[in-house]
Each structure stands twice: as structure tokens, then as C-alpha cells.
Design a protein around this ligand. Structure first.
Ligand SMILES: Cc1ncc(COP(=O)(O)O)c(C=O)c1O
Length: 426
């Protein structure tokens, strides 16, 4: 049986070296079996990690081991396997707490992913606190997952969704953001890193601005958690959400962090087993947090896999990952922006993980199709961020996004692929 004890996370210590420059990507690549394949006769170049990351063997093995050794339903059983599965599940919660640097494990709620976490907050905290004429503030670079749940809430409550604008580089205009914090603002919801542009938002400063007016803030960390060291206590945000599958973990699991006092005061999200402490036909009393928000049988194997992913990231070191990926992004930005006829969408000073671009005279869908013939996987479209596309006056972009396993050689392959696209459309 595994134990909770493990070395402190994200201490700068790493199995692979002390700095980004020591990051041995070839060793990392060995951990990802899926990368060994060829696509259309070419070595696979996976540049779509912002959509979902690939999984290291440690994650795959942890899930297999869970099903081969530990599987049983959790929290309710007195038998050995149930207790073991419960320990594994709660150990996974602890690993998320450590990963996010949260004060306590009970501040971590398991959900399906960032989308569900945002809906949970909108439908619980939001429905209690947002009323007619109130405002919810988001930014112009949000993923649909951080727009639509708030829009639904505002529609129901006859509240107003306000949107802080971005500049031509894809950076938030901070003064405008501050100006839009009004006495009617009941909650702020912002992405830590934009999935369409790669922009890193100054969420600590934004939190300070919101808190100066007693407004809580939710940070959508779906695109930040895989790339940056996240410390929710330092950020002081009230809610933080991320998805396991973008963070080298399995699909179907993610986490909501919420400050304990807020979670305790919030009504439950869904009703069912496990979220109750007692039920009669007259009245139900709810379980304590976080279980109050986890109705029904949760994704136990997903939690176990997520823990393995977070431990894997810890072994690499989040600071090393950030430094290495920054190097990759800088290289990719220089090389791709030097190609005549290519325009980058999203040129913020602070960026992570994402290179969005358009090519004169070529639809992004065609870029993706031709690159695929070269074995290069990128994403094309609006990236579930249609308002961002509108802001830049385009329908879609081609987006290359990076993970711990990508190399400069793969970026060279992308550059050759883009040149081939241009030849085909010349
Ligand atoms: C910034 C951002 N927020 C939220 C989401 C939604 O994540 P999920 O589909 O895993 O719930 C995504 C997914 O691409 C994202 O990029």
C-alpha cells in the first residue's frame, strides 16, 4: 500500500538537474510511449498539448495497478480493498493540495475537469451571491468554459457579464480590468494562461485589485497548471481550477481549489451518495467539505492517475519545466515569426506553452491537414475562444502548443511544415 509520505514538492530539486538548461528532454521522451510512433511514415511530432497532454508511463502504470490491485468503491466500505482504494483516493487529494500549495486537503474538490469546476462555482457560490443587476467580471481572452457558465448564471439572475478588454498583443488591459470592478461586481473569473494566445495573466495583481473591493476571484488554471508553479496561497485567489488531462494525467478528473471558509458556506452542487451525512424523506444534512461537492462514485482511478502525474511533474521540477518550455517557446516564436507571410496571434510579453498563428491566404484547417501529412499534430480552429478570434478579426488560428516532451528539432519540423504549406498554396 502506498503511503502519504513523500518529499516536499516543487522545491527546485529535480531528478534531472538543477536548472532548465539541465533538463534532459530525451530522457523525458522515453517516459511517453505514445511518442514513439510514426504517423503517415513520419515520426510523430505532437504539438497539441494544450488540447490534451500525453501521459507518461508512470500514469498509465498507476491506473493499471489501481485496477489490478486496489479497485473497490471508496468511503463506504469496511473491507480491505475499499479502505485501500479510499486511502489512494485521499492520497491523490493530498497530492493536489501539495501541487497547488493549498493550506489543506479539504480545500480540494475532485471534479471532471476545469469545465465542471467552473460550473460548480457558478451554480453554487454564484447562485447564492449573484442577483438581479449584479455583475460578473471575466476577460476577453477566456475559454468558453469560463464564459458560458457565467452567462447562464447571469441570464438566470438577470445579472450582467462584464468583459475586461485585451490589447493587440493579447494582454489584458489591467487599468480597464480595475475600472470594471464595481460595487455591483460579485465575482471575477479569469484565466491564468490563455489557451488561444498563451498570455499569462497577472493573476496575483488582479486578485489584489478584486480583494481591495471584497470581490472573490476564480482563476482558471487549465493552461497554467501544466507549465507553471502554482501557489494558491501566494496568489491568494479564492478558487483555482485545472484539468488532469492537460497536466499529464488521465481524462475525466480535475480539481477545484476553494478557500475552506468559502467552500463551507457554499451549498452543494449535485445531490447523491457520498455528499450527505444523513438522509430522511423530510431532510438531508450534507457531508463536510470537500465531500459535500462530490456526489456519487468519483473517478477513483483518475485520481490515482492524476497523483502519478503530479508526482511525475514534481520529479521533473515545475521550475525546470517552466524554464525549458520558455526556451522552446522563445525558439519557436523566433523561427515561426521569421517566416514571411506568417503572423503570430498573441504576442504578449508573458506567455506560456502556446504559439497561435495564421498564414496569409491559407485557412488554418488546411494548415492542420498538411502538417498532419508530415506527422505533425497541431490544433486549428477557434480553440473554444470565439471572442478572442473576433477580437483579432479572424475565424481561426493554427495553434502549436508545447509540453515537457517537445524539442527544438520538432519546432524545426514545424517550420519546414509551414514552408511546405506555403509551397502547396503558392
Ligand atoms: C483555459 C481553459 N479553460 C478551461 C478549459 C476546459 O478544460 P476541460 O475541457 O478539461 O474541462 C480549457 C480547455 O481547453 C482551457 O484551455
Amino acid at each position: 500500500m502506498t503511503t502519504l509520505a513523500r518529499p516536499p514538492w516543487n522545491s527546485g530539486r529535480t531528478a534531472l538537474g538543477d536548472a532548465g538548461s539541465d533538463f534532459d528532454v530525451e530522457k523525458v521522451r522515453v517516459d511517453f510511449p505514445i511518442l514513439r510512433q510514426k504517423v503517415g511514415g513520419h515520426q510523430l511530432v505532437y504539438l497539441d498539448s494544450a488540447a490534451t497532454s500525453q501521459k507518461p508511463k508512470a500514469v498509465i502504470d498507476a491506473i493499471v495497478q489501481y485496477y489490478e490491485r486496489d479497485n473497490a468503491n471508496i468511503h463506504r466500505g469496511v473491507h480491505h480493498l475499499s479502505q485501500r482504494a479510499t486511502e489512494e483516493f485521499e492520497a491523490a487529494r493530498k497530492s493536489v493540495q501539495i501541487f497547488l500549495h493549498a493550506a489543506q486537503a479539504s480545500e480540494i474538490v475532485f471534479v471532471r475537469g476545469a469545465t465542471e469546476a467552473i460550473n460548480l462555482v457558478a451554480q453554487t457560490y454564484g447562485r447564492v451571491h449573484v442577483g438581479q443587476g449584479d455583475e460578473v467580471l471575466i476577460t476577453a481572452m477566456e475559454h468558453h468554459s469560463n464564459i458560458v457558465p457565467w452567462q447562464m448564471l447571469c441570464e438566470e439572475k438577470r445579472a450582467k457579464l462584464r468583459v475586461a478588454p485585451i490589447n493587440d498583443k493579447g494582454e489584458l488591459i489591467l487599468e480597464e480590468f480595475e475600472r470594471l470592478l464595481t460595487p455591483r461586481t460579485r465575482i471575477v473569473a479569469v484565466s491564468h494562461v490563455s489557451n488561444a494566445l498563451g498570455t499569462i495573466n497577472p493573476v496575483a495583481a488582479m486578485t489584489k485589485m478584486a480583494h481591495a473591493r471584497n470581490i472573490p476571484i476564480l482563476v482558471d488554471g487549465a493552461q497554467a497548471a501544466p507549465h507553471l508553479r502554482v501557489n494558491v496561497q501566494e496568489l491568494d485567489c479564492d478558487f483555482y481550477v485545472f484539468s488532469g488531462h492537460k497536466t499529464y494525467g488521465p481524462t475525466g478528473i480535475g480539481a477545484l481549489y476553494g478557500k475552506l471558509a468559502l467552500l463551507e458556506a457554499m451549498p452543494p452542487y449535485q445531490g447523491g451518495g457520498d455528499m450527505i451525512s444523513s438522509v430522511t424523506f423530510e431532510k438531508t444534512t450534507y457531508n463536510k467539505v470537500p465531500h459535500k461537492f462530490e456526489a456519487g462514485t468519483p473517478d477513483m482511478s483518475g485520481a490515482v492517475g492524476l497523483r502519478a502525474a503530479l508526482e511525475y511533474l514534481d520529479r521533473l521540477g515545475m521550475d525546470n519545466i517552466a524554464a525549458y518550455e520558455h526556451e522552446l517557446l522563445t525558439y519557436a516564436t523566433e523561427r515561426v515569426s521569421a517566416i514571411p507571410g506568417v503572423r503570430l496571434i498573441g504576442t504578449a510579453k508573458e506567455k506560456a506553452g502556446v504559439l497561435s498563428f495564421v498564414i496569409d491566404g491559407v485557412h488554418p484547417h488546411d494548415i492542420g491537414t498538411i502538417l498532419d501529412q508530415e506527422g505533425i499534430a497541431i490544433r486549428t480552429g477557434h480553440h473554444c475562444a470565439q471572442p478572442v478570434m473576433e477580437r483579432f478579426g479572424i475565424d481561426a488560428t493554427a495553434r502549436a502548443s508545447f509540453g515537457v516532451y517537445n524539442t527544438k528539432e520538432e519546432i524545426d519540423a514545424l517550420v519546414r511544415g509551414i514552408q511546405r504549406v506555403q509551397e502547396v498554396f503558392a
